[in-house]
Design a protein around this ligand. Structure first.
Ligand code: ZN
Ligand code: ZN
Length: 265
């Protein structure tokens, strides 16, 4: 498998997972123009995308979904509630054509080429939100973003992952001291908001196994986090558990606006 993060955070989220047998986009929070540009930079073509998976119906995850679906001529998979939410979201001017809407059920695996995809529940203040466990051969790639709090199911997903993309939205102290109004601070740190560095790091420390090979931190806040702080927090918490982040597994902080390298998994 190969993995690329095109963009990660409140300005837009879009990730690519590729194998010999297929290509999946996860979230479509970028304009198709940008996605096409990024694809060509890697020598790829959007016409080769087999499916788009959507985590939830917040604009930073869906704003390009309608046009991208038409460009890629591929199905768009998510839960019924998220499809309905996308239908209502007026920031999404171009809707996913009805014929390209495919519905997934949480905990019901489905096949996409040589990928087996299992959606699972993630608590967040959207119409609905899912993470995806994607198995290809023996390897499990898991993406969990926009996470209000850690559930048993999320811990289980972390424990099964060989490759994990996990939200590291904010540093709690930066959020508290930062410029956001009180209601927004409450929303972000609430049960259906976003995952902090500290809570995410403890989740990985307690649930990940030696089978984890690479951890990518995603969806960093521009105002309430810093890439070096996220990395340091992870390294510090992991070290309390005798785990060396960056040694026992690779640890990468994804950039908000700049595409990553293409990682060979
Ligand atoms: Zn988001
Ligand atoms: Zn969200």
């Amino acid at each position: 498998m190969q993995f690329i993060s095109f963009s990660s955070g409140s300005s837009g989220n879009c990730y690519l997972l590729r194998s010999d047998g297929g290509m999946i986009l996860i979230d479509a929070g970028l304009s198709p123009r940008k996605v096409k540009q990024y694809f060509s930079n890697y020598g790829l073509s959007v016409s080769d995308v087999d499916a788009i998976l959507i985590t939830h119906d917040h604009t930073d995850h869906i704003k390009g979904a309608g046009l991208l679906a038409e460009e890629c001529r591929c199905p768009v998979y998510t839960t019924q509630a998220v499809h309905e939410g996308m239908g209502r979201n007026y920031c999404m001017t171009h809707k996913v054509p009805a014929s390209q809407r495919y519905f997934v059920e949480k905990e019901v695996p489905f096949r996409l080429g040589d990928f087996t995809v299992t959606p699972f529940d993630v608590p967040h203040d959207s119409s609905d939100c899912v993470g995806y466990e994607i198995q290809c051969g023996d390897a499990v790639f898991t993406l969990i973003t926009d996470v209000g709090h850690v559930t048993d199911r999320i811990s289980k997903a972390v424990s099964r992952a060989n490759y994990l993309v996990l939200e590291a939205n904010h540093d709690l102290a930066m959020l508290k001291m930062g410029p956001y109004p009180a209601y927004l601070k409450g929303r972000i740190s609430g049960e259906r908001g976003h995952l902090s560095n500290e809570v995410g790091a403890r989740l990985v420390a307690e649930s990940a196994t030696p089978a984890l090979r690479h951890l990518w931190l995603c969806h960093l806040s521009e105002e309430n986090n810093h890439p070096e702080l996220a990395r340091k927090t992870y390294e510090q918490v992991l070290s309390e558990y005798g785990i060396k982040g960056g040694v026992d597994f690779s640890l990468t902080v994804l950039k908000r606006l700049v595409p990553s390298e293409m990682y060979d998994l």
